[in-house]
Ligand binder design. Structure first.
Ligand SMILES: [Fe+2]
Length: 587
């Protein structure tokens, strides 16, 4: 059934549309911005930004929040907020009645003809619909206005589900994968993310129904160069001695730089040819990929934005990912990246090995940590765009570019379990100590990429989220330790409890295989003398890429101006407390 979607452009500026109104209604229903955000399928940050924008547009609060700030407390609509919602719905109803006859006539035009999109048209969304067993369609579709290109998007919940989604009605074959003539003249194509014969639990593939098969998205390749993007093994030529290392943020570029050109490899581990190990990158970007597209045959990419949101326009759908969210781009998926802000910076884990999956919970049981329903996979989206485009491929550490005369983002419908997804880190439900001591940091594992050896991850993606510290008679920060695994850490925002100074948002640290580390001298002093009442660690989000392999530093990272020469000194103030008495010397 056709429907009218209304956006009101207000004077002098600002607009109100279905996205904001749906969010306000959910805030009214749930009394919580975070619950409302989940209900309408947007990130918490995005919801908060929309609330703030709404308050600004009307010059008075539409939403009032109670004590607890951005991350806590409740929220409710003010009288003005309720009035705006009621008024918008009244306008919508009146407009719908007035336009009903014309809308029906418009639909009749579509029903009577093939709704193929005009050749050469720019970015356009067709009918946004999808089918998903057991799931009521998420009606929310926000309209994003960036430049002159409207874009609607929505997501399907679940981790590794067998999804179905189509942009045009009937584009997705039912009951079979490869009809003799797929609807709309589309080509059927399978994208295999695992060997055909992989066990059922790890067997991943999707069927894509596209305007042209992918063989038409490759011409002859020629070599391309991305000198800062390295692959393992990369024993780079530098003379930095072994040590614990920490950096301030990688500087933003002065020249136009897109997401791919802005990739700066910090470490590599394992071997890309043997499909084991990883690379840790930082990306910096200030321009969109417009007619440039990319796929990585070497590994999947876990992207962790730190500054600026990113819009991943992929062949299987569109994902908007803000700082505080992460996303995963499967090996072989074609995509381009647009910036949602003026500039962007973040971290990428390029996983050469087995795919990231959810860790087993063991005695924790069926809930907590990262819950499957909080992973969001985009619905199908395509463009029928016949303009000169480029596709760059990363393959066994090298880069290859090919020119084509159309967009490769032409998948009209797809089904399967091999697909991109995003995840809001604020939905991670932490589990921790409730009496004394604390568990190993593996308790905060969001995703794990297994190796062939049980319990020995190729990579663990671990976060250190806001949480309560309540343990009695306990040194609460992370303990001192040496680790056979190698730890690359980054900070998305706030402070990290073991290092309150020196580890700054956008910065990074590397504690390599068997190199000792732990809280700095100030952190030790503070934690050793703290009054152990319950304390909430708030406004913080650090993460770790932890791998079984030693991480080799790149020359870029070794020579980066932001490398902190004095990092080792953060432990120099640790005193000898042993004086032969059971009490020790705490003077
Ligand atoms: Fe550690």
């Amino acid at each position: 059934m056709p429907s009218l979607s209304l956006r009101i452009d207000l004077d002098p500026d600002g607009r109100v549309g279905p996205g904001k109104i749906a969010l306000l209604e959910q805030i009214e229903a749930t009394g919580s911005i975070s619950a409302a955000a989940r209900a309408v399928g947007m990130s918490y940050k995005r919801a908060w930004d929309l609330v703030e924008e709404s308050n600004r547009i009307f010059g008075k609060p539409l939403v009032s929040t109670q004590a607890g700030g951005r991350r806590g407390g409740g929220a409710e609509l003010t009288a003005a907020g309720s009035a705006v919602v009621r008024r918008y719905r009244a306008i919508e109803e009146a407009a719908g009645k007035a336009a009903a006859r014309h809308i029906e006539a418009l639909q009749a035009e579509i029903d009577g003809a093939c709704p193929a999109m005009a050749a050469g048209s720019s970015l356009v969304l067709a009918v946004d619909s999808y089918i998903f067993d057991g799931y009521d369609r998420n009606e929310f579709a926000a309209t994003i206005q960036r430049g002159r290109r409207p874009l609607a998007y929505s997501y399907m919940p679940g981790f590794g589900n067998d999804f179905e989604t189509e942009c045009l009605p009937g584009a997705l074959p039912q009951g079979m994968n490869s009809p003799q003539r797929p609807a709309y003249g589309l080509y059927a194509e399978q994208l295999s993310g695992s060997p055909f014969t992989a066990p059922r639990g790890t067997n991943e593939r999707s069927w894509l129904y596209r305007i042209r098969p992918s063989v038409k998205h490759h011409g002859r390749f020629s070599a391309a160069s991305y000198p800062h993007w390295k692959s393992a093994p990369n024993p780079d030529d530098h003379d930095l001695p072994l040590g614990q290392l920490r950096w301030n943020p990688v500087p933003m570029p002065a020249e136009p730089t897109d997401f791919i050109a802005g990739m700066r490899t910090v470490t590599t581990a394992g071997d890309v040819f043997g499909q084991a190990g990883m690379a840790a990158h930082v990306y910096v970007a200030n321009t969109d990929m417009v007619d440039d597209h990319f796929f990585n045959a070497d590994g999947e990419m876990l992207v962790v934005p730190q500054v600026g949101g990113l819009r991943f326009v992929t062949e299987m759908g569109v994902m908007e990912v803000a700082p505080g969210e992460v996303c995963l781009l499967p090996r072989g998926l074609t995509f381009k990246v647009e910036l949602m802000d003026d500039q962007a910076r973040g971290y990428v884990c390029e996983n050469y090995g087995a795919k990231f999956t959810l860790p087993d919970r063991g005695p924790i049981g069926a809930n907590c940590l990262a819950n499957p329903r909080d992973f969001k996979t985009p619905v199908a989206w395509f463009e029928d765009k016949e303009t000169p485009c480029r596709l760059t491929v990363k393959w066994c550490g090298g880069f290859h570019i090919t020119e084509i005369d159309h967009s490769p983002l032409d998948v009209v419908a797809w089904h399967g379990n091999y697909a991109p997804f995003k995840y809001d880190l604020s939905t991670f439900s932490p589990v921790g100590a409730i009496l004394f001591d604390h568990p190993d940091p593996s308790i905060f594992t969001v995703l794990t990429a297994p190796s062939g050896e049980e319990g020995t991850a190729n990579i663990d993606f671990v976060i250190f989220p806001p949480r309560w510290l309540v343990a009695e008679n306990t040194f609460r920060p992370p303990w001192y330790h040496r680790n056979i695994m190698s730890e690359f850490m980054g900070l998305i925002h706030g402070k990290y409890d073991a290092k309150e100074e020196g580890f700054v948002p956008g910065g990074m640290s590397l504690h390599n295989m068997m190199l000792a580390h732990g809280p700095d001298a100030d952190g030790f002093e503070k934690a050793s003398r703290a009054d152990l009442k319950p304390v909430k660690l708030d406004n913080t989000m650090a993460f770790m890429f932890e791998t079984r392999f030693p991480q080799l530093l790149t020359r870029f990272a070794a020579e980066l101006d932001t490398l902190q020469d004095n990092y080792i000194d953060c432990w120099s103030g640790l005193k000898k407390r042993f004086n032969g008495t059971p009490e020790g010397d705490w003077s």
